[in-house]
Design a protein around this ligand. Structure first.
Ligand SMILES: [Mg+2]
Length: 242
């Protein structure tokens, strides 16, 4: 998709974390809080624990496992310590409340959504589960943005498969009663956000706010976005809604 191409997009769907919610600080702060807590409990070095948590996070996210209970049980296992269920549950609660404390909407989101709305687009979120049914939707509600969207699909809660599988995108198309070429999906992570949306026939745009997206992997095929942009106002121009 290029700005002058003849397209007839009627809906704009967004990824959540790192696309409309700035969670970079939240993600690192929540891990630090857990590392500190576990260090007090186990007397192990906090930096070592933090490295273990980061390693587990990377591995779990790569296999689509988002349940922090599973993460922390794995962490305890690697640390060679035994944590009971109540304590793990408390860690999960502390993790998410720390996360919420530090997450915020990117400053260009509200104005962009209201502009898109005035241009007649339907708006939605297609996001992956937080690993426990209802948790992600609850987070979206507490973040105060639930009412800004016509539809929210939480992959893994509302569907069997999580992104990058096409199922959550196909579910969104069913709710919208639209075909893929009437919808553009906006995400920040090529590996998670591109293949499923493309397989569902959608246009895909990657927002690269920090210039951190690896451009080397762009090529032809299902894992290539249709366009890359750097801020949401830029998206408005691309959609002819500036
Ligand atoms: Mg994201």
């Amino acid at each position: 998709m290029v700005p002058n191409e003849e397209i007839n997009v009627k809906a704009v769907l967004f990824d959540y974390d790192d696309t409309i919610m700035d969670v970079s600080e939240a993600r690192s702060y929540a891990k630090q809080v857990i590392a500190r807590e576990l260090s007090l409990t186990t007397n192990l070095d906090q930096e070592h624990i933090l490295r273990v948590i980061k390693d587990v996070e990377t591995r779990m996210e790569s296999i689509g496992q988002f349940d922090r209970r599973v993460w922390f049980m794995k962490v305890a296992n690697i640390l060679g310590t035994n944590l009971d269920n109540d304590y793990i549950n408390e860690l999960v609660r502390v993790y998410w409340s720390s996360w919420r404390l530090k997450s915020r909407l990117f400053p260009d989101v509200m104005s962009t959504l209201s502009r898109l709305r005035r241009c007649g687009f339907r708006l939605g979120i297609v996001t992956n589960t937080d690993g426990e049914p209802g948790l992600k939707r609850d987070r979206i509600r507490r973040d105060g943005v639930e009412g800004l969207f016509d539809l929210i699909v939480v992959a893994g809660d509302d569907t069997t498969h999580v992104k990058p599988h096409p199922e959550p995108f196909i579910r969104a198309l069913q709710i919208l009663d639209m075909s893929g070429d009437e919808v553009v999906y906006i995400g920040d992570r090529v590996s998670t956000d591109v293949p499923g949306a493309k397989a569902a026939g959608m246009y895909v745009g990657i927002i690269d706010r920090s210039g951190a997206v690896s451009f080397g992997i762009y090529g032809q095929g299902v894992s290539s976005p249709d366009f890359v942009f750097h801020s949401l106002p830029e998206l408005l121009q691309l959609l002819g809604c500036a």
